[in-house]
Every structure is written in C-alpha cells, then in structure tokens.
Design a binder for this molecule. Structure first.
Ligand code: NAP
Length: 278
C-alpha cells in the first residue's frame, strides 16, 4: 500500500543527486516510478491506498485501508515521516520554487544564491552548514536567542563566515510569485516586522513520523519513531520497519532503500522459517 501518492517525501524532490547509479541525478517522482516498475517485475502488487488502522495482535495481521481490509502474514512498515511546516502564507505555494525541507536534495539549486534557514536545532545547523557549499550566504532565523543544537555544530556555525543569525524572530510569510524573493519576519522582542530578501527558504523545525496508527502496538522512542534492531525487527514478531519511520538521523532515499532491502530479506526468512517448522 503506497498511500494516495507514490514516493512520499522523495517524490516532492526535484532531483535526487545522491542515489547511486544516477550520475546525473534522478527526479524524485521518476525514481519512485522506477522502484514500482522493478518491484512489479518480481510480482509485487501496488495498491494506491491509505492504511487507516492496523491490528497486529494476531496473525494474520490486519491492515484497514479505504477500500477494505488486507490480511498479512508479515508486514513491513515504511510509512515515513513528514517535515513539520510553518503553516504560513506562501509556504505551500512556493514549495519547490524556493521553499525546501531538504538541503541535501535541493542545496545545489542555490549555487551562488542567498538562502535563509528556519530553526535552531541540529538539523537547522547541520543542513545550514551543508548549504554553505553552494550558497553565498546562509541566514539562520531562530525564534529564541539560544540554539537547541549541540555545541559542536554551534561552534562550526558561529565560526563559518557564510553563516549569520537573526534571533528572536518568527518567519510569518514567504514572499514571491513564481519563486521566493524574501521572507517576512517579526521580531518577538520589539514586535517589529521586516523583510529579508532571499532566494531560498529551508525549513528545519522538526519531523513527525507517521506512526499514529501503530501507537500501543509497536515500541517507539520519545519522538514517536518505531524502534527496531539491526535486523529491522520490531517488538512484534513478523513486523519489520524500513526508512524514516524508524530513522530520524540519515533520512536519505539511499539509506531508506537499504533498510527496505534488509527488511524484505528478513520478512522472507521469517516466512521460510515458519514453513519449515509447520
Ligand atoms: P528539533 O531538535 O526538534 O529542533 C527543531 C527546531 O525548530 C528548534 O530549534 C525549535 O525551536 C524550532 N521550531 C520548532 N517549531 C517551530 C516553529 N513553529 N517556528 C519556528 N521554529 C520552530 O529538530 P531537529 O533539528 O530536526 O532534530 C531532531 C532530532 O534529530 C534531534 O534529536 C536531533 O538531535 C537529531 N539530529 C541530530 C543530528 C546530528 O547529530 N548531527 C542532525 C540532525 C538531527 P526551539 O528551540 O525554540 O524549540
């Protein structure tokens, strides 16, 4: 089951530059279609359907989709995570036209341009520092006067000449018609509004894993990511995980695909063992 659109966050990425085998990069949506075609060649049946609830208490496991119930002897959960949004005017309209949630995916498009980064955590600083490879300047806009990010990243950001900070400020609007030209900000101390001209807005204010329907059934960490061992096994025998739903760290298509391959191998072993023992 793919959800209503194939490819998740990757499908929203214009070009994926770091997936092996594509020296010139590959479109996120195109890569999703290639994955589908390849899986179908080996007999996979793809359903464009949203899973609404699961029952993992007995086998076969039950997955309830919009058009009915699916039964599964084994299950691989790859429901991913979604970047948190600011929910401000212009953000949605200009996504892919200067607004991005992934520096690794989109940084290259901002070569010799100015960008702003929103957030004050590890992601904001790490991705902001990554963007200095391409951009002429990276302005980090944070809503407080101190960073949540670790000290090492803070030190690297403070000592990078391309990085500057705007403190105690909220981004309230992304401005532009066909592409981003500026962001509107409000200083939380003075209440004063101003505009910061920019070519790009990278938003790193946390991710939310899509794990709501597994709560109370699969073990999760404090942030709601499903916990699994190195064999991709969850606390429920026969249920495996792959990708960002169990990985708040790497968040790359290539690492998720690797986890998916490992989970598929383990799911196959799980079923084979049962057949032998039957
Ligand atoms: P995070 O630690 O939750 O930080 C989110 C940041 O966004 C915070 O600074 C927060 O501000 C700000 N924020 C949240 N909502 C906002 C809003 N509506 N408007 C403006 N700002 C907002 O998220 P993260 O940086 O993605 O990190 C997630 C986890 O992954 C963390 O455990 C982190 O340590 C880990 N991580 C580690 C590394 C690394 O070790 N290299 C790299 C990336 C991520 P406040 O500070 O005011 O709350």
């Amino acid at each position: 089951m793919t959800g209503i659109e194939l490819g998740g966050q990757a499908a929203l990425t214009h070009t994926i530059e770091n997936y092996p085998g594509f020296p010139d990069g590959v479109g996120g949506a195109e890569l999703g279609e290639l994955f589908q075609k390849q899986a179908e060649r080996f007999g996979a049946k793809v359903e464009f359907e949203t899973a609404n609830s699961v029952d993992l208490s007995v086998r076969p496991f039950k997955v309830n989709g919009d058009s009915g119930e699916y039964l599964a002897d084994t299950l691989i959960v790859g429901t991913g995570a979604r970047p948190n949004h600011l929910e401000i005017p212009g953000e949605y309209e200009l996504t892919g036209k200067g607004v991005s949630y992934c520096a690794t995916c989109d940084g290259w498009f901002f070569k010799d341009k100015k960008v702003v980064v929103v957030g004050g955590g590890d992601s904001a600083l790490e991705e902001g520092l990554f963007l200095t490879r391409f951009a002429t300047s990276v302005t980090i806009i944070h809503r407080r006067d101190s960073l949540r990010a670790g000290k090492v990243l803070q030190h690297r950001a403070f000592s990078n000449p391309k990085v500057d900070f705007i403190w105690n400020s909220l981004v309230t609007e992304v401005i532009g018609t066909d592409k981003v030209t500026a962001v509107k900000i409000t200083n939380l101390d003075s209440g004063l509004e101003s505009e910061v001209p920019t070519d790009g807005v990278f938003i790193f204010i946390g991710h939310t894993p899509n794990t709501q329907m597994f709560k109370g059934q699969l073990d999760m960490d404090d942030l709601g990511y499903i916990t699994a061992n190195h064999l991709m096994e969850t606390n429920v025998p026969g249920v495996f995980v792959a990708g960002e739903v169990a990985d708040s760290h790497f968040r790359q298509v290539v690492t998720s695909a690797g986890m998916g391959a490992a989970a598929a191998i383990q799911a196959t072993h799980f079923l084979e063992k049962e057949t032998v023992n039957a």
